[in-house]
Write a protein that binds this ligand. Structure first.
Ligand code: ADP
Ligand code: MG
Length: 249
């Protein structure tokens, strides 16, 4: 069993609006899959179905080979980190308390172990130690995003879901966060499913890229293939848009 995430024949509608139909998609263990598509194409819905925040109307979703229908949701989410755009930190907690939240739950009274986990994850995401006493409101956008990633990783999940996590930060910080995430991925061999609306980001980070439009898979392939042989007009346009920005930069 080498699939971390598998969607089988998924249907999802909100009221009369069908978002996904006959949706089949899977992520191999250890892959870093980026999902790119126009706004409203169902990217967030796909991500939220993987950790049970949104329920499919029909079809099956398997996480590490287990149908999530039969799983306890708390149990499921313990294994799946979730990081989203903007500050999702607990505002009344310091950086230390935010990152230690899950390790505290897991380690109970072993304070040393929790402290070690805190130090390790702050270092990995590139946060200076003296920031640990600060509250989220006292951090820059990039720092908040790093705390969010450290908090998601501190639970040692097998799978990390990220929904446009770098959408709200400036270009330079975004580049740094992308590089850090690549390093974390190389170090941990975690499975990552990462939503973005930026084709350059999708191609830079993904070992595979899923291109979606209006709930339909346009192409699911390695970045080189997406660039070299776009499967549909939609993908072609996306890639050409990227190349125009390449020329400008
Ligand atoms: N809770 C909801 N209730 C009704 N419609 C929703 C809900 N969540 C998302 N939608 C609609 O479903 C479509 C897909 O949304 P979403 O998955 O968030 O797209 P994306 O993340 O690709 O922008 C959009 O048209 C959105 O307005
Ligand atoms: Mg979205």
């Amino acid at each position: 069993m080498n699939k971390a995430i598998e969607f089988k024949n998924i249907k999802k509608a909100y009221g009369s609006q069908v978002i996904l139909e006959n949706f089949d998609f899977s992520v191999e263990k250890g892959d870093f899959v980026t999902i790119i598509g126009s706004s409203g194409s169902g990217k967030t819905t796909v991500l939220k179905m993987a950790n049970g925040l949104v329920k499919a109307d029909a079809g099956d979703i398997f996480i590490n080979g287990e149908n999530i229908r039969d799983k306890d949701m708390i149990e499921l989410r313990r294994n799946i980190g979730y990081a989203i755009q903007g500050s999702v930190l607990f505002p009344h907690m310091t950086v230390e308390q935010n990152i230690s939240y899950v390790p505290n739950l897991l380690n109970k009274k072993d304070k040393k172990r929790t402290r070690e986990a805190l130090g390790k994850w702050m270092e990995i995401v590139g946060l200076e130690e003296e920031l640990k006493e600060r509250y989220p409101a006292e951090l820059s956008g990039g720092q908040q995003q790093r705390v969010g990633i450290a908090r998601a990783l501190a639970a040692s999940p097998d799978i990390l879901l990220m929904d446009e996590p770098f959408g709200a930060v400036d270009e330079i910080t975004r580049g740094q966060l992308q590089n850090e995430l690549q390093r974390i991925y190389a170090q941990t061999h975690i499975t990552i499913l990462f939503v973005t609306h930026d084709i350059s980001e999708a191609l830079k980070l993904g070992t595979k890229v899923l291109v979606m439009d209006q709930g339909k898979i346009q192409q699911y392939d390695v970045p080189e293939q997406i660039l070299r042989s776009p499967a549909t007009e939609f993908v072609k346009q996306l890639v050409e848009r990227k190349c125009r920005t390449c020329i400008r930069v």
